[in-house]
Design a protein around this ligand. Structure first.
Ligand code: FMN
Length: 186
């Protein structure tokens, strides 16, 4: 059992929202996954962590492939619908199309990809394993695209915009930092 301290500490993470697209026994589907992380640069590997009861999990177990579409700032409604309804009950792709989302056919996987996402990655599963509550899939990226759209930010169960850039320390502070670092050289 987790205590309140642990539950609330968990809300302090800041993440992207990965919109995970798949195709399989459930049909074409999309779900929101905040637990979407790059874990290797070359080969380019992405890990996603899915609740075992999700429709997406069933699709990927069968197809061994998935799409990662990093949601952009204008795609909050897609994140909400993809994260609050299951593909076992709702055709989320068709519903989202009616609401203005656009999808296209992937080149290397049999799943729809989302237009106007910040970045998209077509992934082939190289490994999967259950860790605690979630199933982790590691996908090798076989095709990537990106756009000029800013990524949506997920934090404390809300969607945010990237706003202000934190400036670097001024030259005097930088000099002071370098001095101190030099003094601590091993
Ligand atoms: C912003 C957001 C992020 C989410 N991140 C995850 C996640 O990382 N892993 C997960 O298993 N569920 C996550 N969920 C919940 C799933 O998206 C939700 O259970 C969804 O209904 C699963 O869809 P499916 O059954 O069609 O696969 C998230 C929901 C939201 C709104």
């Amino acid at each position: 059992m987790l205590n309140d301290q642990t539950i609330n500490a968990g809300k302090k993470f800041v993440t992207n929202v990965g919109l995970i697209t798949s195709n399989g026994p459930i049909g074409q589907n999309i779900m929101s996954a905040e637990w979407t992380h790059r874990i290797s640069s070359d080969p380019f590997l992405i890990a996603i962590c899915l609740n075992a009861g999700n429709a997406t999990n069933e699709n990927i177990l069968n197809s061994n492939e998935f799409g990662v579409n990093l949601a952009s700032e204008s795609q909050g409604f897609i994140c909400s619908i993809s994260g609050n309804y299951t593909g076992k009950e709702i055709d989320k792709i068709k519903a989202l199309e009616k609401l203005g989302a656009e999808f296209y056919k992937a080149e290397n996987i049999d799943a729809p990809m989302l237009k106007n996402a910040t970045a998209t990655f077509e992934c082939k599963v190289i490994e999967h394993k259950k860790y605690g509550s979630h199933m982790m899939y590691i996908g090798c990226v076989v095709k990537a695209t990106y756009s000029d759209e800013n990524p949506i930010v997920y934090h404390s169960k809300k969607f945010w915009k990237i706003s202000e850039n934190i400036p670097k320390p001024n030259p005097k502070k930088l000099e002071e930092m370098e001095d101190i670092i030099e003094k601590h050289r091993k």
